[in-house]
Design a protein. Structure first.
Ligand code: PRP
Length: 194
């Protein structure tokens, strides 16, 4: 296991070298996700929720989260985009891959890696309710509260973070770093081109 002590592993690996500092270790992620998933699970006694992962950023969180649920769940995924290749959120939400399931009458759990401006989740929640979902609960790994522009909040959030560019555990910069087992702040030199 990498970085249980919060230190960036030494060596010549480029992914690790581009990290300014680790903010959540593998161990911290594991224990907080278990705690939150057990709280969410309480809501679904006797129900069969549809757990919707928003790809790609949520993939690792999603896989860890669902394994703590005891309710019988069905899995589904959407691919949407709100970011370009840079670090600023902009533009209109695009649905690149829609759900396989009809959400009418279903209890839906949306699983997201991060809520930033809130654009993605505000639009997605509205869309799923419009399609007839009975309930929509939002579960996020990270919340950047100070960046919020849309009136939406996560029902269950694992960690609050400041306005820093974070990578790892599913989160990317320009499609890189998603496989890092921890969450780290990306060195500014990587995206400023210095
Ligand atoms: C990220 C993240 C959320 C969204 C959050 O997705 O996964 O979906 O941005 O930002 P917002 O609150 O300002 O809408 P991104 O488009 O980077 O795609 P990815 O999940 O494939 O990394």
């Amino acid at each position: 296991m990498f970085s249980t002590n919060g230190l960036i592993p030494s060596g010549s690996d480029d992914m690790h070298k581009d990290c300014e500092r680790i903010i959540f270790t593998e161990q911290q992620l594991k224990s907080r996700i278990k705690e939150v998933a057990e709280q969410v699970d309480q809501l679904y006694k006797g129900k069969r929720p549809l757990v919707v992962g928003i790809l790609k950023g949520s993939i690792i969180f999603y896989a860890d989260f669902i394994r703590h649920l005891t309710a019988p769940v069905e899995l589904d995924f959407m691919v949407v985009s709100s970011y370009g290749s840079g670090t600023v959120s902009s533009g209109k939400l695009k649905i690149k891959k829609d759900l396989d399931n009809d959400v009418k009458g279903r209890d839906v759990i949306i699983v997201e890696d991060i809520i930033d401006s809130g654009f993605t989740l505000a639009n997605l929640k509205a869309l799923l309710l419009e399609r007839g979902a009975s309930s929509v609960v939002i579960v996020t790994l990270l919340n950047k509260q100070e960046r919020r522009e849309y009136d939406i909040k996560s029902d269950f959030n694992c960690f609050d973070i400041g306005d820093e560019f974070v990578i790892g555990y599913g989160l990317d910069y320009d499609e890189q770093y998603r496989s890092l087992p921890y969450i780290a702040v990306l060195k500014a030199s990587v995206y400023s081109g210095e």
